[in-house]
Design a protein around this ligand. Structure first.
Ligand SMILES: NC(=O)c1ccc[n+]([C@@H]2O[C@H](COP(=O)([O-])OP(=O)(O)OC[C@H]3O[C@@H](n4cnc5c(N)ncnc54)[C@H](O)[C@@H]3O)[C@@H](O)[C@H]2O)c1
Length: 439
């Protein structure tokens, strides 16, 4: 019998286990708050001192965490944040939620994961549980984390410490499916680690789905995001074809989606953005090469989705031509720069690429986004403007790049000279359709 395992399970069950969340971003902060709410003592380790200060003041900077909930767990003493890694030595469970971006050459950049794992290894104690939530290629936990932890500490996984992968599935802004009621996949390469992981996550999540290895859990997550990327690419390709065939892609998709089985709604748009869909499939694509295997769906989906901002640029030229203004003389108002509706996240947002293109065409650009007050594109800072009637009226064209719910689209179309709707948000509205061009 492993006494370390029994002691850890006991602490998790009676919620005296001390939980450490490394990286307090879109994934880490909601997770830390959920754990603190059910009575765990949670410490957030975050490298950004401004974020640490905000958390400790109870000031949330993440849409899915309201400041009131944050203040409650801060006041109760169940959550605190620090930049100091030495506290790892006092923890029982350590959850890694740091970024996993791509390099410029579309290869995995695991530098954040490696660097925090090294720091954790320096303070590792017998009986601790480490879990990686960051999205990554199959093999990361076993091939990168395990050797770092074992070599630096001298401890053995499954005996002295426990290690698992449990991919985060959060859908920022989703009100129906939150951390609590979204099934959680866990995988580990030894039975003791899987046991701990299952118990740990079942404290705050309704349904746990254990799989036989960390590798399988890693593949589950990248497959889920690949599934989305490929299906989005499929409807984007349909949009490109419909444009040539002079068919309305939205009408086609709305009708196709009435089939009660065998189809799933996906919609075209100006391109994909955020930290997941444009990046994660390339993690798998890269790893597959090690097995002399080409993931052709991934490559094709990436290629089609990356073409969409250029398509929006071409449609912009066409609409401007119709209203009789040359791009270099035109004023374009962009509605939404976030990659997704009702969020303030503009990482990898297709709107940024479109702005780059239109800037190169000499277009004068302004934007309005209720969630993003400023953005930087090629060293130029743009600030969100109030959506006044004058702002709308002075634009030769309004491009809807993000379909935020709080915009009054009927009024927008009424006041605008012309609208390019890349999200299909106006298609069912009672407005002057002659002014609107759909993607
Ligand atoms: N955002 C999502 O919707 C989402 C959903 C599922 C999975 N994921 C995955 O989860 C992981 C984290 O994503 P995110 O969106 O939360 O990222 P994020 O950028 O919002 O948050 C990461 C946090 O980690 C901090 N950090 C970076 N290096 C650090 C270090 N050395 N020490 C301590 N803190 C450090 C950053 O300052 C930041 O606050 C990624 O792998 C991502 O692919 C994200």
């Amino acid at each position: 019998m492993n006494h370390l395992l029994q002691a850890l399970k006991e602490k998790i069950r009676d919620r005296t286990a001390k939980v450490c969340v490394v990286g307090l971003g879109y994934v880490g902060l909601p997770f830390a708050v959920e754990k603190a709410k059910v009575g765990f003592s949670v410490l957030g380790i975050e490298q950004n001192p401004q974020r640490v200060a905000l958390v400790n003041q109870g000031d949330s900077y993440i849409t899915d965490v309201d400041s009131q909930s944050l203040q409650q767990v801060i006041r109760s003493g169940n959550l605190t944040a620090t930049t100091d890694f030495s506290f790892v030595s006092k923890m029982d469970a350590i959850v890694i939620c740091v970024p996993t971006p791509l390099t410029k050459n579309l290869t995995p950049d695991l530098s954040y994961v490696e660097s925090v794992t090294q720091k954790i290894a320096e303070y590792l104690q017998p009986g601790q549980f480490i879990t990686l939530e960051s999205t990554t290629y199959p093999g990361t936990t076993d091939e990168i984390l395990r050797p770092i932890l074992e070599n630096i500490s001298g401890f053995k996984q499954g005996q002295d410490f426990f290690l698992a992968h449990s991919p985060e599935r959060v859908d920022p802004g989703n009100q129906r499916y939150t951390t609590k009621n979204t099934n959680k996949v866990v995988g580990a390469s030894d039975p003791a680690s899987l046991e701990v992981a299952t118990l740990f996550y079942s404290q705050t999540i309704e349904q746990i789905v254990p799989v036989s290895s960390a590798k399988a859990a890693e593949l589950v997550k990248v497959f889920e995001n690949t599934f989305r990327a490929v299906n989005i690419a499929l409807v984007n390709e349909l949009a490109l074809l419909c444009d040539r065939m002079k068919l309305d892609v939205w009408e086609v998709l709305d009708a196709a989606n009435t089939k009660p089985f065998g189809i799933m709604p996906f919609y075209p748009g100006p391109g994909v953005g955020g930290h997941c869909i444009p990046l994660d499939p390339h993690y798998l694509e890269w790893k597959a090469k090690e097995f002399n295997f080409e993931t052709r769906f991934i490559a094709l989906a990436g290629e089609i989705n990356r073409r969409m901002p250029e398509f929006v640029r071409q449609k912009t030229w066409r609409v401007l031509n119709d209203v009789g203004v040359a791009p270099s003389q035109s004023h374009v108002l962009m509605i939404g720069v976030a990659y997704k509706k009702n969020l303030g996240d503009w990482r990898e947002s297709p709107a940024i690429r479109i702005i780059e293109f239109l800037q190169a065409d000499g277009v004068t650009l302004t934007y309005h986004d209720p969630f993003v007050s400023e953005i930087q594109v090629k060293a130029k800072t743009f600030y969100s403007q109030d959506l006044t009637e004058e702002l709308i009226a002075q634009a030769d064209l309004v491009i809807i790049t993000t379909d935020h719910s709080q915009i009054d689209y009927v009024n927008l179309v009424q006041k605008a000279k012309a609208v390019l709707d890349t999200r299909g948000v106006t298609r069912h509205l009672d407005c002057d359709r002659t002014k609107v061009t759909l993607l």
